[in-house]
Design a protein around this ligand. Sequence first.
Ligand SMILES: Cc1cc2nc3c(=O)[nH]c(=O)nc-3n(C[C@H](O)[C@H](O)[C@H](O)COP(=O)(O)O)c2cc1C
Length: 185
Amino acid sequence: TGDYPIEQNADKILIVYLSRTNNTKAIAEIIHDEVGGDVVTLELKTPYPEDYDAIVKQVAQENESGFLPPLKTEVDIDKYDTIFLGFPTWGMQLPPPMKSFLSAHDLNGKTVIPFNTNGGYGIGSSFITVKEHCPESDVLDGFSIKGGSERDGIYLAIKGKRHDEAQEEVRSWLEKLDITSVSKQ
Ligand SMILES: Cc1cc2nc3c(=O)[nH]c(=O)nc-3n(C[C@H](O)[C@H](O)[C@H](O)COP(=O)(O)O)c2cc1C
């Protein structure tokens, strides 16, 4: 966040996100409504199990071993200057698929903007891990909001009134970052 607004042509903006129960997806869509750009959801070659306990266990193992799950999603990163990265907190870390994405793509010289939903325990180490993967990028202040809590049977929580509140929060965050998309002016 410098002295001048970051004016960005919408076709140079990518919003890439991971979402299992659609909370992070809801934030991605709100951001897209504000700034435009391309939206891509991260998909794995081998999807995670549906069962909550099974995915928690698998993610814990992957976090422990550093395993990077292969992605089905392909992105031509050279087309973009500004990359929004959206993800839930998983095991108080950046989810393995987003680690895969960051390992597979060189974001040097680009503006990187993380956003997150979580079950109420915050971002954990996720934003730090994004920064570590992007030493030569301009990593802006991220956005985080409470989403669902699958553990407690709460799936999509960012809907109705909570969606409107989230929209307000996203708007003021983007204003603070001074991100303006040319297509939206
Ligand atoms: C495997 C797994 C691990 C999770 N670990 C955490 C956690 O460590 N801290 C937290 O606050 N929420 C945790 N959650 C809850 C999610 O971060 C929260 O529900 C988020 O809004 C989900 O985003 P989504 O709907 O885009 O998938 C976890 C959820 C899953 C499925």
